[in-house]
Design a protein. Structure first.
Length: 341
């Protein structure tokens, strides 16, 4: 009987070694401790054992059973630990692997230049105003001193939507809107960035849609000297502190007098090079003192109020600053171009 018990213990310790799953373990448990286990035969044999030896063998069998139960319990802990280990291993993250890179977007050059100009003017106490891109003929032309038959309308080939509505050809109608809004006629300093449209065929230097920034100052004492100071400040902020400006007489219906503004060439410092076509100067924008007719049309008394306005092409500024040779590059969204800035 003792030998048989030893044999049982031997065989289970052998089988237990190869266990890999809880399922197998449960089967083994059935085999050794279940209702039809190997111990059943032993119990039958116990009947034939002399009466005085029965307690001894009963005790041995019980001990063996307890032993087995303990072995199975240990095996279970072991298997569970191994399973956790395997799971952890399969789920390990290798923190040294290179990460996934995302394509982070960046601001378009046009937006960057708009923000740069906005920063310059915000620093001077201006506020930013916006207006609609579909404008009325009244605000885009008439109230800017361009009546219906005015020849200067030809300066800006317009895209009309109806008799009275058009895609705005410049940001100047925001001047009109802002003057009309200012019913208390308080001193005003505004800039208006935005898209404008012209009936142009697109080529290297023309686009049917481009971007302008307009500035308008109206107060009781606003002079050409104020305009000149503002232009010099702007030109130096944009093109370098060593720059000078030059004002040439020009014509815009909404300003009088009107000027064309040149900046001294930042490439040759005014000596003359291919950039400035040998002149030492580069044209950057148009400006002037607000025409009395514009002030009056918006209800401002031109004997009391004066103002100046300027309008620049954002693409032109960007082209000059960054040496871009084709305006279409701004709109074709070639990432190789966009990413350079
Ligand atoms: N609106 C003018 C244009 O588009 C530019 C400009 C604005 C000129 C303000 C003078 C004053 O050509």
């Amino acid at each position: 009987m003792e030998k048989k018990l030893d044999k049982i213990i031997d065989s289970i310790s052998n089988e237990i070694k190869d266990l890999t799953s809880i399922n197998d373990l449960n089967q083994l448990k059935g085999k050794y401790l279940g209702r039809k286990s190997v111990f059943n035969d032993l119990m039958k044999e116990l009947k034939n054992v002399p009466k005085e030896e029965k307690p001894k063998f009963g005790l041995l069998i019980n001990q063996a059973k307890q032993n087995i139960a303990k072995m199975l319990e240990d095996a279970k802990t072991n298997i569970e630990a191994k399973m956790i280990e395997a799971k952890l291993k399969s789920e390990t993250i290798d923190v040294t692997l290179p990460g996934k890179t995302f394509n982070a977007g960046s601001k378009h050059l046009i937006s960057q230049v708009i923000e740069e100009v906005e920063d310059i003017f915000l620093g001077l106490g201006y506020t930013v105003k916006e207006g609609p891109e579909v404008e009325t003929d009244l605000y885009n032309f008439e109230m800017l001193n361009l009546p219906k038959d005015h020849p200067a309308r030809d300066m800006q080939d317009s895209l009309y939507i109806s008799e009275e509505k058009l895609m705005r050809t410049h940001t100047s109608p925001v001047q009109v809107r802002s003057l009309l809004e200012n019913t208390k006629q308080e001193p005003m300093k505004i800039i208006c960035p935005g898209k404008v449209y012209r009936k142009d065929d697109d080529d290297q230097t023309h686009s049917h849609q481009f971007t302008q920034i307009e500035a308008l100052v109206v107060d009781k004492k606003t002079t050409l000297a104020d305009l000149k100071g503002t232009l010099l400040f702007l030109a130096r902020k944009l093109f370098g502190e060593e720059r000078e400006i030059r004002l040439r007489p020009s014509y815009f219906p909404f300003t009088e007098p009107s000027v064309e503004v040149d900046v001294s060439c930042y490439k040759c410092n005014g000596k003359g090079c291919s950039m400035c076509k040998g002149t030492g100067w580069i044209e950057i924008l148009g400006a002037g003192m607000v025409n009395n007719n514009v002030l009056e049309a918006a209800g401002f008394d031109s004997n009391t109020y004066q103002g100046f306005a300027l309008g620049m092409g954002v693409e032109r500024i960007a082209i000059l600053k960054y040496g871009i040779d084709d305006i279409r590059a701004f709109y074709t969204n070639d990432l190789r171009f966009n990413k350079q800035f």
